[in-house]
Design a protein around this ligand. Structure first.
Ligand code: NAD
Ligand code: USQ
Length: 383
C-alpha cells in the first residue's frame, strides 16, 4: 500500500515512515522542515544530532534497499500539496505535519495564530485535496488526548451517548482543551468530521497521549537514522524531559502539585498504532476516533519512577515542584478508554524499569549536547 507520511521528518513521523517502509509499505515523506527552522529560531536543539532528511533517506536505502519518496514543501500551499499527492497517489495519508507544542502556541499572539493557521489550514487543504483527487484515500490524522481536557467523568473514544429530557443521541465527546495548540486539534477534528459527512471521506482521528522513548527497531539501526529527542521547555515532553534532566543531574521539573494525569505511550507503540489504523481503514463517510495511549500516569508519579530507576543506576536525583507555568488542574479525575486499538491487535510496550534504564542510558550518552539554560519553562499561559 502507498502511504504518504506528512510530517515525516519529525519525531513520530520519522519513526513511522521507517517502520512502514520496513514492513513493505511504499512510503513517501512530505515535510516542509519547519520544525528544524523553529528549533533554530528558539535557539534549541534536539538531544540527538539528527541528519538532514535527504541523508537519512539515502542511509535507509543503503542499509535496506528500500526507497522513500521525498516531497519538501508546505501543506498550506495547496498547489504544492495537490501536485505531491498527484505524483505519489497515496492510498493512505498519515498526517503528523503540525505545530505540536502547547508552550510554543502560548508564547504570544503571533505563535497562537501561526499554530492555528498552520494546523487548521493545512488539514483543510488536505481534506480538499482528498475530496478533489483521492476520495477513497484513508486519512489517518494525529489528534491528541488533550482535546478532551480533564473532565470529571470517564473519557470515551470520540463519542458519548447522552440521554437528555427523555431523548437519546450519540454525540462528539465534549472538548475542553488546555492550550491554543490543543484547540487547533479540536478545530481539525470538527473539520474532518464534517468533510466525512458531506463528501464521504474516510478518516481516523488518533487522539494520541504523550509519547516517550526514542529508539525503534529502525531508527536504532544506524547513527544517521537517529530520531530527534526534545528536552527543552518548549518542545520537550514530560517523561523524556525527566530522563534527560536526571542524566545531567538537573532536578526534575514537576509543574505544581504534579497530580496532572495524562495518557502515555512508547514510540514503538505509536508506529504500530499507525499501522493498525492503516491496515483497518475507516468506512467511506466514517469519522472514526481512537484514543492512542497505553497507560495513564500523573507527572508526579513519573518523576518518582525516574528517580527510582536513576538512583539504582547511581544517579543522584532530586524532584522540584516548580510554580506551574500553565493553567490546568493539578489534582483531578482522569479515566480514559483505549480499547479500540487494543482490540485491533495492539500489544503495548508498558513503561518498565528496563525502558527507563535504556532511556536514561541514551540520555547519558548524549548529555554533552544539553543546554541547561533551555530546561526550565519560560512560557507562561497567563503571559
Ligand atoms: P514534530 O514537531 O517532531 O514533527 C512534526 C513535523 O511536521 C515536523 O517535521 C515539521 O517540519 C512538519 N510540519 C509542520 N507543519 C507543517 C506543514 N505546514 N507542512 C509540512 N510539514 C509540516 O512533532 P511530533 O512530536 O512528531 O508530532 C507529530 C504529530 O503527532 C503532531 O500532529 C502532534 O500534535 C501529534 N502528537 C504528538 C505527541 C508527542 O508526544 N510528540 C503526542 C500526541 C500527538
Ligand atoms: N509537565 C511537567 N513538567 C514538565 C513538562 C510537563 O509537570 O517538565 C506537565 C504539564 O504541566 C502537563 C503534563 O506534564 O500537565 C504534560 O505536558 P507535556 O509537555 O508532556 O505534554 P503536552 O503539553 O500535553 O503536549 C504533548 C505533545 C503534544 C501532544 C500531547 C498529548 O507536545 O503534541 O498533543 O503531549 S496530550 O498531553 O495527551 O494532549
Amino acid at each position: 500500500m502507498k502511504v504518504l507520511v506528512i510530517g515525516g521528518d519529525g519525531y513520530c513521523g520519522w519513526a513511522t515512515a521507517l517502520y512502514l517502509s520496513n514492513r513493505g509499505y511504499e512510503v513517501g515523506i512530505l515535510d516542509n522542515l519547519v520544525r528544524r527552522h523553529w528549533d533554530m529560531e528558539l535557539c534549541i536543539e534536539t538531544l540527538t544530532p539528527i541528519a538532514p532528511i535527504q541523508t537519512r533517506i539515502q542511509r535507509w536505502q543503503d542499509l535496506t534497499g528500500k526507497t522513500i519518496d521525498l516531497f519538501i514543501g508546505d501543506i498550506n500551499n495547496y498547489e504544492f500539496l495537490k501536485d505531491a499527492m498527484l505524483k505519489f497517489e497515496p492510498e493512505a495519508v498519515v498526517h503528523f505535519g503540525e505545530q505540536r507544542s502547547a508552550p510554543f502556541s502560548m508564547i504570544d499572539r503571533e505563535h497562537a495564530v501561526l499554530t492555528q493557521v498552520n494546523n487548521v489550514v493545512g488539514t483543510l487543504n488536505l481534506l480538499y485535496a482528498m475530496h478533489e483527487h483521492f476520495p477513497n484515500c484513508h486519512l489517518v490524522k494525529l489528534g491528541t488526548m488533550g482535546e478532551y481536557g480533564t473532565p470529571n467523568i470517564d473519557i470515551e473514544e470520540g463519542y458519548i451517548t447522552i440521554e437528555h429530557n427523555g431523548r437519546k443521541d450519540t454525540l462528539p465527546y465534549p472538548k475542553q482543551p488546555g492550550s491554543f495548540y490543543h484547540l487547533s486539534k479540536v478545530h481539525d477534528s470538527h473539520n474532518i468530521h464534517f468533510a466525512c459527512k458531506i463528501w464521504g471521506l474516510r478518516a481516523t482521528d488518533l487522539n494520541q497521549g504523550v509519547v516517550y522513548g526514542v529508539l525503534t527497531e529502525e531508527t536504532g539501526m544506524d547513527e544517521l537514522l537517529i530520531n530527534r529527542l526534545d528536552y527543552d521547555g518548549v518542545f520537550g515532553t514530560a517523561l523524556n524531559r525527566f530522563c534527560i534532566q536526571a542524566a545531567i543531574g538537573h532536578p526534575l521539573t514537576v509543574y505544581g502539585k504534579g497530580g496532572q494525569t495524562r495518557g502515555f505511550l512508547d514510540i514503538r507503540d505509536t508506529v504500530r498504532c499507525i499501522e493498525i489504523a492503516i491496515a483497518n481503514p475507516a468506512e467511506a463517510g466514517e469519522f472514526r476516533v481512537f484514543n492512542q495511549f497505553t497507560e495513564m500516569f500523573s507527572v508526579g508519579d513519573l518523576a518518582l519512577m525516574v528517580k527510582k530507576a536513576g538512583t539504582s543506576m547511581g544517579l543522584n536525583i532530586e524532584i522540584n515542584h516548580l510554580e506551574n507555568p500553565r493553567v490546568e488542574k493539578e489534582e483531578h479525575y482522569f479515566n480514559a478508554k483505549n480499547t479500540s486499538l487494543l482490540s485491533l491487535g495492539l500489544q503495548p510496550h508498558y513503561l518498565s524499569d528496563s525502558l527507563l534504564d535504556s532511556l536514561l542510558n541514551f540520555a547519558i550518552k548524549y548529555k554533552h549536547r544539553v543546554d541547561e539554560k533551555e530546561i526550565l519553562p519560560k512560557v507562561k499561559w497567563r503571559g
